[in-house]
Write a protein that binds this ligand. Structure first.
Ligand SMILES: NC(=O)c1ccc[n+]([C@@H]2O[C@H](COP(=O)([O-])OP(=O)(O)OC[C@H]3O[C@@H](n4cnc5c(N)ncnc54)[C@H](OP(=O)(O)O)[C@@H]3O)[C@@H](O)[C@H]2O)c1
Ligand SMILES: [Zn+2]
Length: 376
């Protein structure tokens, strides 16, 4: 594969990431226009409803591309009229572009290779699959949504090498170092929703927002969910406990997720009186519970949820087999205490064949820590 193509694609990937977390339900996309082996214009997709990356690159050029120009783009150009016109149409109309160098295929049924066909039929040379793995990895949420019309749920945990997230007394701050914690903030920023459990939110007074060291303002996702089947939060709040998810500037985005059995309870009344939004889901079993939650997210346009929690909560997700992805940070630390809290609790694993295996695994070094992530 041409090395120059890869270098241009790397640049396009960097451009795409400028809109990190801002494009839902659309993908992150970056594009370049190259003339005589020189990059002459750049563009990226900034937000849903705004122009696509290819259009922004063409606009940035400000004139028709020279004959023989190449367009480099991280994702297959769209070939259908959405909120904006089809990019394939704009590329053909611009004239001059002789070659399109693309990264990943758009998995939506309406596209899925169709964009490439339209361009080829229009006489453009199309090269596909340049840094395809990197380009696809950029859009974990969008790809899942495009292929399955389902919300992408990612679990996050941070543990010692022996898989412990807190001491037996509950001390958990901090197992991982500053680089890993900054990386968590970056990934939180990627998701349109963040969820955690009542126990974890109370233990850490978690904000479920993203705070970056670069001085950027605290960022809150469109939705925050606190899972609390038995509404134990009510007692704490009635006693005057102030939790940041209900008190901060984004309190209106917090919803407590509970079970149907609690809908008419005294605890629900307490939470309602304190202004909390409540969502009741059936609980015959965890699979139904979590599946219904995912459907609720899809129905309300939330394409991805970042889920943090302790042993019981993440263990329940794992057992229910309804999560799609795992982010597991590990620190080179060993507790060596079988009573310390594990990352996942409660799953009987009679044989290795019953263990959960991750696919498409990626590993990143973060200071002394490691992020291992992959698909369930
Ligand atoms: N290192 C890390 O990455 C990390 C992250 C978060 C928390 N932590 C630590 O983990 C500890 C808390 O862990 P934990 O195991 O005690 O609590 P947990 O697993 O975080 O949470 C249990 C809570 O989840 C609720 N929940 C809702 N739906 C559930 C379901 N389907 N299945 C199970 N639980 C459900 C439970 O409600 P019901 O009881 O009413 O069912 C309960 O409030 C804290 O020390 C915290 O600091 C570590
Ligand atoms: Zn487009």
């Amino acid at each position: 594969m041409d090395e120059a193509w890869q270098n241009w694609m790397r640049r396009a990937l960097a451009l795409a990431q400028r809109a990190w977390g801002d494009t839902h339900p659309n993908p992150l996309v970056g594009a370049l226009i190259v003339e005589n082996d020189r990059v002459v214009a750049e563009g990226w997709h900034e937000r849903a409803g705004g122009p696509h990356a290819e259009i922004n690159a063409l606009r940035a050029l400000g004139r028709p591309p020279r004959k023989g120009a190449s367009l480099v783009v991280t994702l297959e150009p769209c070939s259908t009229q959405g909120r904006t016109g089809a990019c394939t149409e704009a590329i053909l109309k611009a004239g001059g572009i002789a070659r399109v160098i693309a990264g990943a295929t758009d998995l939506s049924r309406a596209h899925a290779g169709n964009g490439f066909d339209v361009l080829r039929t229009g006489g453009i040379d199309v090269v596909t699959g340049v840094l395809a793995g990197e380009c696809a990895d950029l859009n974990l949420i969008f790809n899942h949504w495009a292929a399955h019309s389902r919300t992408f749920v990612a679990l996050k945990t941070a543990s010692t090498l022996d898989g412990r997230i807190a001491t037996r007394a509950g001390q958990s701050r901090w197992i991982t170092g500053p680089e890993a914690r900054a990386d968590v903030m970056r990934w939180r920023r990627y998701f349109p929703a963040i969820a955690s459990s009542a126990v974890s939110v109370m233990a850490d007074d978690a904000r479920l927002t993203s705070r970056c060291a670069d001085g950027a303002a605290e960022w809150c996702p469109a939705a925050r969910f606190v899972f609390d089947r038995s509404l134990r939060l009510a007692e704490a709040i009635a006693k005057g406990r102030k939790l940041r998810v209900f008190e901060d500037a984004f309190a209106g985005r917090t919803t407590v997720v509970s079970s149907n059995a609690m809908e008419h309870s005294a605890q629900a009344a307490v939470l309602r009186r304190h202004g909390a939004a409540l969502l009741f889901l059936p609980t015959e079993n965890d699979s139904v519970f979590f599946e219904t939650f995912k459907r609720h997210c899809a129905d309300t346009g939330l394409t991805g949820v970042w889920v943090e929690g302790g042993a019981k909560f993440l263990g329940a997700w794992l057992r229910a087999r309804t999560a799609d992805y795992l982010f597991h940070y590990t620190a080179p630390v060993v507790m060596g205490d079988a009573q310390a809290l594990p990352a996942f609790e409660g799953k009987e694993c009679p044989s290795l064949a019953d263990a959960t295996v991750l696919h498409e695994v990626r590993r990143t070094s973060l200071g002394n820590d490691t992020l291992t992530r992959g698909r369930f």
